[in-house]
Design a protein around this ligand. Structure first.
Ligand code: UGA
Length: 435
């Protein structure tokens, strides 16, 4: 199959490289000439484990190339994916579809033969109809079908998620799209990955409903964790105890500082707006958004309490800045609000992150970035573990303790055992763990 991927950001690049690895002929398009030049020179603009090798291998095999020219490749394509960004629109929280609409217009003008145009970007219900209308307007005689095919990749595990998905969801209104969409994913059927064909609007809603449900699940366990602290229960065991029930499932029940990232915050907000507009408010998700928002600053209060109730003039060490491990992504990272709140309370911040410090510098200019967890702990009245990078799981705690002003560890991801830390002479505060 000849595939064109419009948008060489996170979704476009990972999906494009994986489709090429399936043996398809893939062209990744982006308007950003600098990004394309970097990709052509063998550079990868994002950090994603395994992506550099996958891109290099498929470029060398002649199955994957990059260009700023949309119209040539689209004219020859069997399937064109739209994988451009859909950020939160300033002011009203709806998804900003201007990039999707612009891509549709350009695709319309470039179509030469029957082509399936697929939205892979996360788009509100009804966007497929609008993409279809825009293409028809740009090119009234074009032969095309518009499909929806949301992606369910997690940053840091995106290649694995693409190649071994729990499911593939495809929404179509025109039966002519079924064949090419089946062909595009054929290698995955060998892995027995289920493919769900449905209507287009249903497919668009599945993506938002899935992310909203996961965000709600995390938020649920976060609130239970707060209750655990009050009643002397342990949230780790509560998670295990409820998660072993297959109807609940054990995943996404890890209590922490609140969800962040480029997807959950944006998608929950957009879904809430869509639901309100259609007079079918999703109150559970409205509450999820509100609870998660307040949680981040509450985490700073937890750090302040652990440091003795006052951090003015004190140093606080921060381990982990990215919204989760194995990414350099700082979007909506809980660390941003936590650090801001600590600074508001008068603390000086020393921070270390294995991959996120470059991106963090622009967002948190007035903190000290250091080269190791041990340097982050130097002189600190408390050390807060915000992101659960593997590198933080086996720290030399004796060495950490020796350099701190006071041995206080605030483990916002519950990766340490409280009893062990206490044996080593630390004051330990986790999430939802009895003192
Ligand atoms: C999420 C979904 O998991 C993907 O399925 C989806 O495709 C993607 O959004 C998207 O819409 O593009 P991602 O944002 O990469 O993926 O990250 P997750 O691993 O889902 O984590 C999101 C946030 O939830 C992180 O801040 C993480 O720390 C937090 N989290 C996750 C918890 O606090 N507890 C958990 O148990 C799980």
């Amino acid at each position: 199959m000849r595939i064109v991927m419009i948008g060489s950001g996170y979704v476009g690049l990972v999906s494009g490289a994986c489709f090429a690895d399936f043996g398809h002929d893939v062209v990744c398009v982006d308007k950003d000439a600098k990004k394309i030049a970097k990709l052509e020179a063998g550079g990868i603009p994002i950090f994603e484990p395994g992506l550099d090798q996958l891109v290099a291998k498929n470029v060398a095999a002649g199955r994957l190339r990059f260009t700023t020219d949309l119209s040539g490749p689209v004219g020859d394509a069997d399937v064109v994916f739209i994988g451009v960004g859909t950020p939160t629109r300033r002011g009203d929280g709806h998804a900003d579809l201007s990039y999707v609409h612009a891509a549709a217009r350009e695709i319309g003008a470039a179509l030469k033969r029957f082509t399936v145009v697929v939205t892979k970007s996360t788009v509100p219900v009804g966007t497929g109809d609008e993409v279809e209308r825009i293409i028809r307007e740009a090119n009234p005689s074009a032969e095309f079908a518009v499909a929806s095919n949301p992606e369910f990749l997690r940053e840091g595990a995106a290649i694995e998620d693409f190649k071994r998905p729990d499911r593939i969801v495809v929404g179509i209104e025109d039966e002519r799209a079924r064949g090419p969409m089946t062909e595009v994913y054929r290698p995955l059927f060998l892995n027995h990955s289920p493919i769900l064909f449905t209507r287009r609007r249903t497919s668009e809603l599945i993506k938002y409903a899935a992310n909203a449900f996961l965000a709600m699940k995390i938020t649920f366990i976060n609130e239970v964790a707060d209750l655990c602290e009050k009643v002397g229960a342990d949230v780790q065991d509560v998670s295990r105890g409820i998660g072993l029930d297959n109807r609940i499932g054990s995943k996404f029940l890890h209590a922490g500082p609140g969800y962040g990232g480029s997807c959950f915050p944006k998608d929950t907000l957009a879904l809430v707006k869509t639901a309100q507009d259609h007079d079918a408010p999703l109150r559970l998700i409205e509450t999820t958004v509100a609870v998660n928002d307040t949680r981040k600053r509450a985490m700073a209060r937890k750090v302040i309490a652990a440091a003795g109730g006052d951090v003015r003039g004190k140093t606080i060490g921060i381990l982990g800045l990215t919204f989760k491990p194995n990414t350099d992504d700082m979007r909506e990272a809980p660390s941003l609000s936590i650090i801001q709140a600590l600074q508001d309370a008068g603390a000086t911040i020393r921070a270390y992150d294995p991959e996120g410090m470059d991106a963090a510098r622009a967002l948190l200019p007035d903190i000290t970035y250091v080269a190791s967890p041990y340097e982050a702990a130097e002189g600190a009245a408390a050390l807060a573990l915000v992101t659960e990078w593997d590198a933080f799981r086996a720290l030399d705690l004796g060495r950490i303790k020796a350099v701190m002003a006071a041995p206080v560890l605030v483990d916002l991801r519950n990766i340490y055992k409280p009893a062990e830390l206490e044996r080593l002479g630390f004051r330990y505060a986790g999430i939802g763990r009895a003192a």
